[in-house]
Ligand binder design. Sequence first.
Ligand SMILES: [Zn+2]
Length: 244
Amino acid sequence: MNDDRLELLDLDDTDRVLCIVAHPDDMEYGASAAVAEWTDRGIPVTYLLLTSGEAGIDSMSPAETGPARAEEQRRACAQVGVDDLRILDFPDGVLEYSLDLRRAVASVIREVCPTTVVTLGWDMEMPWGLNQADHRVAGVVALDAARDAGNRWVFPDITAEDGRVLDRWQAEQLLVFGSASATHAVAVSADAVERSIASLEQHKVYLAALDDHPAPRDLIGGVTSEAGAQAGVDRAVAFHRYEL
Ligand SMILES: [Zn+2]
């Protein structure tokens, strides 16, 4: 066995998944194939978006874009079996690392109680180019909030809607998608890849506004085949796994 080979994750180790990203569409560049695989196995997945992506389309006003992209995200979620979509109203494009943001994310972690937290890489440079400012913030906040949520003395007064104080919650692992130093992979079926392609295709208004965007089938097919080759299976999604 090649030492560089990605280790396959045992999906039965996960009870519940929370994916924390900055924008509508961030989960749709390959990670949603793993989501389809989890939901196929009956493992519930929640998406938490920190913004509604309202600054993402040059030719449309934020007031139009935010709701349009939120709706496209709902359709994308439906393709991969996600019915719990939460969108916070932090500002797109100028997302700032802050205790308010950490608190908001920790609050959702204590509500949802995930064993696995998924986010995008926060490095300055990603395998496909320079990373976007909101992505860098969202990744670090996901990591920090996952730890905050597990510490009873940090944000001790976070309450549920009914006023009850939420107990601390410690997730077990953080899976970072888009890392240049992936360690693990989720093997995915051909059907999960098809559903992931369909999830990216739901971002119609957004993709139509981009020049030279590769076809979703080529993009997702390429990403999942490459990760599969690294993991010794036909198709996979690669992650850097950290224990929390
Ligand atoms: Zn994004």
